[in-house]
Design a binder for this molecule. Structure first.
Ligand code: ATP
Ligand code: MG
Length: 332
């Protein structure tokens, strides 16, 4: 068991104690907030040498509460586009908030930011003391590039600019205390996604796929990407599962069946459920009224709610496990 005294002893050798703002120890994980002027690398190295320390999460900042780190940061990703990442992000975020959690939703799709529309948000975020106050709806705080560009305007950015924008969304947005920050990633598993996964210190990832056989390949790409950056995959969701005819009730497997389960089994990650293909999901997304609120008892809304709760459960299991981060903080 690592103790606070041990960490303070180690820190004293490299830094003045008044530069340490906050410390939380969970098993072998040490979460530290230090003043922006503190020698971060020396601190990291000193703390990681303390016997029993397995992981050091370092964050710079003042203890203002405004730049407080969320407890968990979860990326929603997919091997290819259009599978329902944003729809899932929105419904999961709203479901978590409805369950009483403090939730943020960050749209990391800088080129095609759909979150504002699906969250029914139009207003521009306000500025306070030079920082951005996130927009809010349905109990979820939201930040998106969509607030800063005109509809239909194309954003053409290169890698470093994307990094900068994501960093700003993390550090210059007044998220306040959050239990979950859901990050809606752009489609695919290329360099952009990989670098985003590295910029953001993620607790885990949710992979969305569709029922086809090719889901196996798509999920594999996403799993491989997160493996590369050592981010645990918390689960796979199969979206657009069988279409239930609203007239006769007959279920048609338009995109085949079971790709998500097969992929989850193949890559040994939890399967968190299947969301049916129903017009109400699309209508809810287009109108900015997430289905989990408008039709909470519908099968699709219940599926999203199960995904949200499964995700929360996986995060708890993970943080209770050996050395897993109990709290995620920004990388410095
Ligand atoms: N279960 C569903 N039933 C019906 N329509 C759905 C379902 N899931 C998503 N859709 C619709 O499919 C379209 C694509 O969904 P969404 O934008 O969430 O995908 P995405 O993976 O975020 O796409 P992109 O890769 O472009 O970011 C949207 O019009 C959405 O409303
Ligand atoms: Mg999207």
């Amino acid at each position: 068991m690592v103790t606070q005294e041990q960490i303070i002893e180690a820190l004293k050798k490299v830094v003045s104690p008044d530069l340490i703002r906050e410390m939380k120890i969970a098993g072998g994980t040490v979460n530290l907030t230090v003043a922006p002027s503190a020698p971060v690398e020396q601190i990291r190295s000193a703390v990681s040498k303390v016997p029993g320390v397995m992981l050091v999460n370092l964050m710079t900042g003042e203890r203002t509460g405004s730049s407080a780190a969320p407890r968990y940061v979860v990326a929603v990703a997919s091997g290819k586009g259009g599978v329902g990442k944003t729809t899932t992000s929105v419904n999961v975020a709203v479901a978590l908030a409805r369950d009483g959690a403090r939730v943020g939703l960050m749209d990391a799709d800088m080129y095609g930011p759909n979150v504002p529309l699906m969250m029914g948000l139009e207003q521009l975020p306000a500025l306070k003391d030079g920082k951005i106050v996130p927009a809010e709806n349905f109990g979820v705080k939201v930040m998106s590039m969509g607030f800063l560009t005109k509809p239909g305007e194309a954003v053409i950015w290169r890698g470093p600019m994307l990094h900068g924008a994501v960093n700003k969304f993390l550090k210059e947005v007044l998220w306040g205390e959050l239990d979950y920050l859901i990050v809606d990633l752009p489609p695919g598993t290329g360099d952009v996604q990989l670098s985003l996964a590295q910029v953001i210190s993620l607790s885990g990832a949710l992979v969305v796929t569709t029922p086809q056989d090719v889901a196996l390949q798509d999920v594999q790409r996403a799993v491989a990407m997160f493996e590369k950056v050592k981010v645990p995959v918390l689960g796979v969701v199969e979206n657009m599962s069988g279409f239930a005819c609203s007239h006769c009730g007959k279920v048609t497997d338009i995109f085949d069946k079971g790709g998500g389960v097969r992929a989850a089994e193949a890559f040994k990650v939890p399967f968190l459920g299947e969301v049916p293909l129903v017009p109400e999901v699309r209508a809810g997304s287009d109108s900015g009224h997430p289905l989990v609120l408008t039709h909470p008892d519908s099968p699709a809304a219940q599926a999203f709610t199960r995904v949200a709760r499964g995700l929360a459960a996986q995060l708890s299991i993970l943080s209770a496990g050996q050395g897993a981060p109990a709290q995620t903080v920004w990388k410095v």
